[in-house]
Ligand binder design. Structure first.
Ligand SMILES: Nc1ncnc2c1ncn2[C@@H]1O[C@H](COP(=O)(O)OP(=O)(O)OP(=O)(O)O)[C@@H](O)[C@H]1O
Ligand SMILES: [Mg+2]
Length: 354
């Protein structure tokens, strides 16, 4: 470990001294910045890469992280009273850094590794832009296809009877494409969002009632009962559109993956400093082996059923993003043929917010 000066390759033999020389050589040549603090929270060592990544004083050893680096978030993460590991994204100049802090040695020492992830982030940004641009460009013709198919079906004089079935297929697929591009655009916007949406206190009951109105026809068409159990005083801290979209995706899934005669219930109750909102169905259910993966983009459990139900596999990926943006959490409990419960934990309560 050096004090931040460039170290050249050294001869390495065997024994304790050689081990120390090898450790120093590895650290000196590491492309990642490394910083070690002791139990008193002072800097015990760092390597040359650190000085190239962050503004570091020339003599950091023995100082506190706050004295040595103008990075209060890192200093806070290195506080010996803090427990466990953490990860911090940092943006310094033109660089994107990922900082990992792990306990090191006894009594509160910390090892802090700074990794330059600028190229990775750049590649992610290119991918997001590409998806957003392609979806935007393709959405326009898909809307036109669906729109003209709808017009043709509305006027029997325009269509020979034997063409009706074909135009209905065009309309169904045109709508599916439009919905897919809308979801892709929505995800791309969420990915690109630098700052989270502003969160405000929202009364939950009107949002749930709106959801029931909106999804009532879908439920009625599938002969599914849609009910709610939400007390009038409940409020949550969220973003109205985001919450509506999140819950709407869960309700739509609950209806889609239930059979005729099923029941879908939207219920909510206060819990600690928050509110639990649950969307419960008694539909087809999901084997636990799929529980983690259903939140991935394009992942569907039963592709045949999902396709016939009109799904593309983006709904729950959007739900996950929206929950994160509102500092909420989504969990699933489900067993095949025993129905599913999607649970949303969000800040809120049943007493008026202070
Ligand atoms: N309530 C549910 N009951 C049973 N399976 C579900 C339920 N919700 C989601 N799933 C399963 O998880 C998969 C992913 O859901 P997701 O909402 O992401 O996609 P989708 O509904 O297939 O398509 P999209 O929402 O994009 O129209 C679904 O295909 C389905 O297999
Ligand atoms: Mg869905």
């Amino acid at each position: 470990m050096s004090t931040g000066a460039e170290g050249g390759p050294a001869a390495v033999g065997t024994g304790a001294e050689a081990d120390a020389a090898l450790a120093k050589l590895v650290l000196d040549l590491s492309p990642n910045g490394v910083l070690v603090t002791d139990a008193s929270g002072r800097i015990r060592g760092c390597n040359p890469a650190l000085g190239r990544m962050v503004p570091l004083v020339p003599d950091p050893l023995g100082r506190t992280p706050l004295d040595a680096l103008p990075l209060p978030a890192v200093a806070e993460a290195l506080d010996p009273r803090r427990e466990g590991e953490c990860e911090l994204p940092l943006h310094i100049g033109t660089r994107d850094l990922l900082v990992r802090v792990v306990p090191f040695g006894v009594g509160g020492g910390r090892l802090c590794i700074f990794q330059d992830v600028s190229r990775l982030r750049q590649a992610e940004r290119y991918r997001q832009e590409f998806v957003a641009n392609v979806s935007h460009e393709l959405r326009t013709p898909a809307t036109a296809i669906a729109g003209f198919a709808e017009t043709l079906l509305q006027d029997p004089a325009l269509l020979a009877p034997e063409a009706v079935g074909m135009v209905e297929t065009i309309l169904r697929n045109g709508r599916r494409l439009t919905a897919l591009f809308d979801d892709l655009l929505h995800l791309a916007r969420l990915d690109a969002m630098d700052t989270p949406p502003p969160l405000t206190e929202l009364q939950l009951l009107p949002i749930v009632e709106e959801l029931i109105d909106k999804h009532g026809p879908q439920a009625a068409e599938r002969k599914i009962q849609l009910e709610r159990s939400v007390s009038p005083g409940l409020w949550v801290r969220g973003h109205a559109d985001a919450l509506h979209h999140l819950l709407g995706n869960l309700v739509s899934n609950a209806i889609k993956y239930s059979d005729a005669g099923g029941l879908v219930l939207i219920r909510a109750r206060p819990r600690h400093n928050g509110v639990i909102i649950e969307i419960v169905d008694n539909g087809v259910g999901i084997d636990p082996i799929h529980h983690e993966r259903i939140f991935e983009r394009f992942y569907r459990v039963d592709k045949g059923r999902a396709r016939s139900a009109g799904g593309t596999g983006l709904g729950l990926a959007i739900v996950k993003h929206l929950a994160k943006a509102m500092k909420a959490k989504v969990e699933v409990r489900s067993r095949p043929e025993r129905g599913s419960t999607f649970r949303v934990w969000i800040a809120g309560g049943d007493a008026p917010p202070t």
